[in-house]
Design a protein around this ligand. Structure first.
Ligand code: PLP
Length: 335
C-alpha cells in the first residue's frame, strides 16, 4: 500500500548514516554466527539501561523480540491457570490474545467516557476484580490517551500483584513523565517499551522492559534459550548509539499529528486527545465505508470496530497531506 498508516509505525526513513553503521555492525556480527549469541545480551541491556536513564542498570532491564514477546514472557511468568490479567478497554488488542495463549483469565474493564483513567477508576476496578496482573497502556493504543503517574501509583497500591505500564508510545509524549520514575521501592512495577514505534525499528523486533532485578530473574525462567539473535543484538546496540538521530523525526511526527487534528476538527470530526503518533477520530457515519474508500486510493488506516471511529497514524508530511486531502474530498462524515 503506498500510504500505510495502519499499525502506528514511524513512516520516516532511517537516517542514512545510521543505516550504514548498522550494516557494518551486522557484517561484523555475521562473522560470529556459527556460535550462539550472548544469551544474557548484556551489551544490549547495558545500552538500553543507558538510554532509559533513571539510574537503571543492566540487571533491571530485559528484552525480547518485540514488546509483544516481553508481555508474553511476563504472562508466562506471572499469569497462567488460576491467574488473571486486567486492563481498561478499548486498549491494546494483544493483551487478551496473550492472556488467552497463556491460559490467563482476561478481565477487560471499559474506560469511562473520554477514555482517560483516574486513580478512582483504576482503584475501584482492581479492588472489585482482584486481578493477578494489571496492564496500563500510556499513551493508550488505540485511543491515544495519556496516563498520569498518580493513576499508576493508585493502581500499584490497590493490589499486591504485578503492574505493567506499557509505554510503547512514550517518546511521542510532549510532557514526558515516565513510570520509570516510580520504579525505586516498587518491586511489582514493570515498565515496557519498544523500538518499534518512535525508534523506527519495527522490522528488527526489539521490545524491552525495566523492573526490579528479581522480575528479570523470573523472566529468565520462561524465555527460550538464545531468544535474541546476534543480529538483533548488533542492530539494536548500534541504533541505540544513534538514539538522537533515530528519534529526530519525532518532532515532525508530532507536528503532522497536530496538522491532522486541526484539519479533522475543521471538517467537523471529534479528535480524542493523543500523546502518541496516532489519533482516534470520532464522527464517521460509516467507518468501514471510509476505510474502504481510502484503501481504494492507496491509503491504509485502521478500522477498530468502534462505533463512528477510525484510527489514523501521523506519517510524513506528504502522507499526511494525502490523507487530509482524501478525507476533505469525502465531505462531512466521510465516504
Ligand atoms: C505496537 C505496540 C506494542 C508492541 O510492539 P512490538 O513491535 O511487539 O514491540 C506494544 N504495546 C502497544 C500498546 C503497542 O501499540
Amino acid at each position: 500500500m503506498p500510504v500505510s498508516l495502519n499499525v502506528n509505525e514511524n513512516t520516516h526513513p532511517l537516517p542514512e548514516e545510521v543505516v550504514n553503521d548498522i550494516a557494518a555492525a551486522l557484517a561484523e556480527a555475521v562473522r560470529g554466527v556459527n556460535r550462539y549469541p550472548d544469551r544474557e545480551f548484556l551489551a544490549l541491556r547495558d545500552a538500553l539501561a543507558t538510554y532509559l536513564g533513571h539510574g537503571l542498570t543492566a540487571d533491571q532491564v530485559w528484552a525480547a523480540n518485540g514488546s509483544n514477546e516481553v508481555l508474553q514472557q511476563v504472562l508466562q511468568a506471572f499469569g497462567g491457570p488460576g491467574r488473571s490479567l486486567l486492563s481498561f478497554t478499548p486498549t491494546y488488542s494483544m493483551y487478551p490474545l496473550l492472556a488467552d495463549g497463556t491460559d490467563t483469565r482476561w478481565i477487560g474493564v471499559p474506560r469511562p467516557d473520554g477514555y482517560a483513567l483516574t486513580p478512582d477508576v483504576v482503584t475501584a476496578a482492581i479492588r472489585k476484580h482482584s486481578p493477578s496482573i494489571v496492564a496500563l497502556c500510556g499513551p493508550n493504543n488505540p485511543t491515544g490517551t495519556s496516563l498520569d503517574l498518580d493513576t499508576v501509583i493508585a493502581a500499584y497500591d490497590a493490589f499486591d500483584g504485578m503492574l505493567i505500564v506499557d509505554e510503547a508510545y512514550h517518546e511521542f509524549e510532549e510532557v514526558r513523565s515516565s513510570a520509570l520514575e516510580l520504579l525505586p521501592g516498587r518491586p511489582r512495577l514493570l515498565v515496557s517499551r519498544t523500538m518499534s514505534k518512535a525508534f523506527a525499528f519495527a522490522g528488527v523486533r526489539l521490545g524491552y522492559l525495566a523492573a526490579d532485578a528479581a522480575v528479570v530473574d523470573a523472566l529468565r525462567l520462561v524465555r527460550l534459550p538464545y531468544h535474541l539473535s546476534a543480529l538483533t543484538q548488533a542492530a539494536s546496540i548500534t541504533a541505540l548509539k544513534h538514539a538522537d538521530a533515530m528519534l529526530a523525526t519525532v518532532a515532525d511526527i508530532r507536528g503532522q499529528r497536530e496538522r491532522l487534528t486541526v484539519a479533522l476538527t475543521e471538517m467537523g470530526y471529534r479528535v480524542h486527545q493523543s500523546g502518541a503518533n496516532f489519533l482516534l477520530v470520532d464522527g464517521f457515519t460509516d467507518p468501514s465505508a471510509t476505510f474502504e474508500s481510502l484503501r481504494s486510493q492507496g491509503i491504509l488506516i485502521r478500522d477498530l470496530g468502534i462505533d463512528g471511529h477510525l484510527r489514523l497514524t501521523a506519517g510524513t508530511e506528504a502522507e499526511t497531506t494525502q490523507l487530509i486531502d482524501a478525507l476533505r474530498a469525502f465531505g462531512p462524515g466521510g465516504a
